[in-house]
Design a protein around this ligand. Structure first.
Ligand code: HMG
Ligand code: MG
Length: 303
């Protein structure tokens, strides 16, 4: 089986990773995290989200974070914008890409963004139009594509319904998200195949939370389809405030280690990434969740 020669990692630690932290994290810490990720070679960074501070207080400093990060050439920064209010606020920060986030199930859509699927698409429509008019790329996330904390099982048909709606409003890239990390490799492939019916291979990505330890297997299964863009979170940070018990995204360190072993290029310097993961974990007062991060730190300590 020929795997892709190169994989693009979208580092979502500063957003998906930190959004669920209950203790306030200073904007300066978030800005420093982005700088360390840039230095480790990440070229796509999801920096923050412009959502209601009542819903997700941790992201209330989105404007400060975007104003404070360096914007080196060749590094793209994306932000979440659930509605026009979010997009209007986001524009000042000159994002390279915005993300609208919908769900494959009505129940999760209501809990996460306070409206049903159809209404969410109508909210996204002007957001997508305005972003494209400004030359900003538009990505979507389809949450709960492999399982829902409220509904349970989710069918590939339900996933495809939302994928088609997103395509219909002009979204350019489709992320298939396993919000609660219950997906297994064949299920992941089945959902991605539905996205691939509507979006080109370069514009489909996987976003796998690692709650049940399946994320690396799901990424490998995605590679078998040729999918070569994945969201990952340094140190395995994260969780979704509206998916209780769900842990973070697959750790960037774990994915880089696997891809290095497969001879698949990422452009990421694993040592610098492990440093970034250890640093932010220290700031949060706990060890990195990443198995590779912990193993390499232990090896360094005994060297
Ligand atoms: P709503 O309450 O229905 O919105 O929330 P509204 O339009 O009725 O406004 C209510 C209040 O929110 C108003 O303020 C608005 O100004 C304010 P008030 O007058 O009461 O003071 N407001 C905003 N403030 C700042 N920025 C905004 C904004 N919009 C309204 N953009 C809304 C609807 C979508 C805003 C809300 O439900 C929300 O913010 N949800 C955020 C949910 C979220 O961030 N979830 C986590 C990210 S998604 C995720 O993690 C999944 C992903 O990783 C993929 C995966 O794993 O599945 C992407
Ligand atoms: Mg997520």
């Amino acid at each position: 089986m020929k795997l892709p020669a190169h994989v693009t990692l979208v580092e979502v630690g500063p957003r998906d990773g930190l959004q669920n932290e209950s203790r306030p994290i200073p904007a300066a810490t978030k800005i420093e995290l982005v700088a360390r990720l840039q230095r480790a070679g990440l070229r796509e960074i999801e920096a923050t989200s412009y959502v209601s501070p009542k819903w997700v207080p941790q992201m209330a400093d989105a404007a400060e974070v975007m104003a404070g990060i360096a914007r080196p050439p060749g590094v793209r920064h994306s932000v979440l914008t659930p509605n026009l209010k979010g997009l209007e606020a986001a524009l000042a920060g000159r994002p390279d890409e915005i993300v609208v986030f919908g769900a494959a199930t009505e129940a999760f859509s209501r809990r996460n963004i306070n409206c049903g699927i159809k209404e969410s698409i109508e909210r996204f429509r002007p957001v997508v139009e305005a972003a494209l008019a400004q030359g900003i790329k538009v990505r979507c996330a389809v949450s709960c594509a492999l399982g829902c904390p409220y509904q349970g099982e989710v069918s590939a048909d339900e996933v495809e319904r939302v994928v088609r709606l997103m395509k219909g409003i002009g979204v350019q890239h489709c992320g298939i998200a396993d919000t609660i990390g219950v997906g297994t490799p064949r299920r992941a492939q089945a959902a991605l195949e539905r996205a691939l019916k509507h979006f080109p291979l370069d514009e489909v990505s996987g976003h796998f939370h690692d709650t049940y330890g399946q994320a690396l297997a799901n990424i490998y299964a995605s590679l078998e389809l040729g999918v070569h863009v994945f969201d990952t979170s340094v140190a395995g940070l994260g969780g979704c405030p509206y998916a209780r018990g769900a842990t973070g995204n697959v750790a960037t360190e774990d994915v880089v280690f696997m891809l290095d072993g497969l001879g698949v290029a990422t452009g990421v310097d694993l040592d610098a990434l492990v440093d970034a993961g250890a640093w932010i974990s220290g700031e949060l007062g706990r060890p990195p969740v990443s198995r590779v991060g912990r193993a390499l730190l232990a090896r360094r300590a005994t060297a």
